[in-house]
Design a protein around this ligand. Sequence first.
Ligand code: GLP
Length: 242
Amino acid sequence: MELTIVDNYQEMSERAAALVVAAVETKPAAVLGLATGSTPEGMYARLVKLSREGKVDFSRVTTFNLDEYAGLAPEHEQSYFYYMHHHLFNLINIGPEQINMPGCDLENVEQFCLEYDQRIAAAGGIDLQVLGIGGNGHIGFNEPGNQLRVSTHLVDLTEDTILANSRFFKAVEEVPRQAVTMGLGSIMLAGKIVLLASGKAKAEAIARTVCGLVTTEVPASFLQLHRDVTIIADREAAALIS
Ligand code: GLP
């Protein structure tokens, strides 16, 4: 694991955007795995700026998002479909046929999940996967517990996550109880992974990810087993690494 500790959120965002730009420069038809949440917003803003300045070209890129709430319509302001279009897709040169989101009809969720992983494989696999991290160590919506799933699947969100994400909703009751997420295996197959973390709320999860045991209780700890992971953390998020 390569750990880059930066001063603040802005620097984290710029470093992360630079890695995305480098991936697309190296391979114009790169396959990007993308994350949502408040952490990557600054990275997306930077990518939009660089795209407007002609410094990065997304016209041949394919994207796969990590996760999506189950049962939220794409037009719902808290759906990850809405988030991605609002922060990135509507603002760069990318077409709908290049974008893959794991939002689906819940009646056919198993088939959808199977096909989502097949679509990733058919695209040649993910070249660069961007991740955030939950305060409980989750990545995507792979929650801590006794076991982790390998493939894309429907997951019950933990109370921790529902509470943490309720800040985006009017009331905690409005937070969906389930989500579709890429599994740990789907994430670990990416050629390169960059995990972003900012703020003291992430400090314990980052310390356990970097120097703790590899355990299903901290899903991000499995990243220790990947050969090309870069963690970009600001000082607050890195504060508990010993
Ligand atoms: C959410 C998402 C994750 C995200 C994490 C942290 O629940 N499913 O993909 O990385 O929680 O979110 P934030 O960046 O807002 O702290």
